[in-house]
Design a protein. Structure first.
Length: 443
């Protein structure tokens, strides 16, 4: 079994990001909690222990690099495998060969699987017996939450380590290293890159070292082609063009961002609500998904404290359907601002939750006879509609007719707050209850 490599045969022809991959753990920038002095992974290596692991984190944070360096430090045979390019059949063949190698010479194989979440849950079962038997050390990399993307059996047999996005300062350190390195980096070209340009690259890369190095390499190449000896902020902006906000429509970040928007609205933080809305829309989120969640916010977090909130978001939903992006973005922004500034109440949300629990525990309580419809003589003879009184014939259009099942008489699900419009609703509800009680005593 030949060992595959993460690097091309001609390193000088590789992109800058590939050439600048750290050659040892001490060169890795960031992830100190894992591989710094006293870090958990470095401690494992010192003990000679290399368990099966999955690295979970955003792109460009060092997942592939750390896996390669761990295999080298452990002196293990390493085979790299992309779940994007190959299927589980090929992976099983590699693992079977690894089992033969271990039995023949006692050497374990490190199998690095990039984008391991691309294998479905059934396919992931192929790794389990080889991991259990110790034939392979499985090192996986994923940008998706393993809790959702890996099956339980495999997840219980690997250690999951979370890699954080790099800070702007850490990205700057990587960029400067690339500029200074004459062998692997751009040092031999001696490019002049202004500090503001480096800072812009560090910002727009959003913690992704690979993207940052790609931006730097392209900016330097464009400057050289234009016979310009300086890379400034304007050139970087021109080369990068429009950098989309980080947004994964099908992954965890999708739910992180909508959660952030929802909680900003709930907390009446108008600026944060606008920001998270912008992050989603500028990143390519479906505005229909966004407005559906905003309709939920209008009822769950504003409710009857401001019934107009649902109307406002409903109007935004119409704008989404009639105009689409980008024209509907201001309608969504208006709705987000309205929701944020509106009085808040979750009384309606709690009331319906109580109703759902009651219905779930006793789903078959009969409808009171007085409020059953009686369209036929047989039904009237059976007592349907008996005792019904038309509310509009009562003073104030409020009667004492009991409309709950007899097992729930006196139950109270909705408890309005003193906030916004709901304070007036509370007064009206108390008035209705007083009138009903008064009529009940008279009858």
């Amino acid at each position: 079994m030949g060992q595959s490599t993460l690097f091309p045969d001609d390193p000088s022809a590789a992109p800058l990001a590939e050439r600048m991959r750290p050659a040892g753990l001490d060169e890795v920038v960031g992830q100190e909690a894992l591989i710094g002095e006293g870090g958990v992974i470095r401690s494992l290596l010192k003990r000679g222990d290399l368990p099966s692991m999955v690295f979970w984190g955003p792109p460009g944070t060092g997942k592939t690099t750390i896996a390669r360096l761990l295999a080298e430090a452990a002196g293990a045979e390493m085979v790299t495998f992309s779940a994007v390019l190959s299927g589980v059949k090929e992976a099983r063949a590699v693992m079977t060969e690894a089992r033969s190698l271990r039995r023949a010479v006692g050497r374990r194989t490190v199998l690095f699987v990039d984008e391991i979440h691309r294998f479905n849950r059934a396919q992931q079962d192929a790794f389990r017996p080889f991991v259990e038997a110790g034939d392979i050390v499985l090192l996986g990399a994923t940008t998706e939450n393993p809790s959702f993307e890996l099956n339980r059996a495999l997840l219980s047999r690997v250690k999951v380590y979370i890699l954080d996005p790099l800070s702007p300062e850490q990205v700057l350190e990587i960029l400067r290293r690339a500029l200074d390195d004459p062998d692997r980096g751009l040092g031999e070209l001696t490019p002049k890159v202004e500090q503001e340009a480096l800072e812009l690259i560090a910002t727009i890369s959003a913690g992704d070292a690979r993207q940052a190095l790609n931006h730097l390499e392209l900016a330097v190449a464009v400057a050289r082609n234009e016979d310009d000896d300086t890379v400034d902020k304007a050139l970087v902006g021109r080369v990068a063009q429009k950098v989309l906000a980080i947004y994964d429509k099908g992954g965890e970040e999708h739910y992180n961002l909508i959660s952030a928007l929802h909680k900003a609205v709930r907390n009446s933080d108008v600026d944060a609500a606008l920001y998270w809305l912008g992050r989603m829309l500028e990143g390519g989120a479906d505005p229909r998904f966004v407005v559906r969640r905003m309709l939920r916010m209008a009822s769950e977090d504003v409710g009857m404290a401001d019934p107009r909130a649902l109307q406002q978001v409903g109007a935004a939903a119409q704008a989404v359907e009639h105009m689409g992006m980008p024209e509907c973005e201001l309608a969504l922004a208006q709705a987000a601002v309205y929701l944020s500034l509106a009085a808040k109440s979750n009384a309606l949300y709690k009331a319906y939750g109580e109703v759902k629990r009651e219905v779930g525990s006793r789903p078959g309580l009969p409808v009171p006879m007085a409020i059953r419809n009686a369209p036929t003589e047989l039904m009237r003879e059976a007592g349907y509609g008996e005792g019904y009184r038309y509310a509009h014939d009562e003073a104030g259009a409020v009667g004492d007719l009991e409309c709950l099942p007899k097992e729930l008489v006196g139950a109270r699900f909705y408890h309005p707050t003193d906030y916004g419009w709901e304070a007036r609703i509370r007064e009206r509800l108390e008035e209705i209850r007083r009138l009903r009680a008064k009529r009940s005593k008279k009858s």
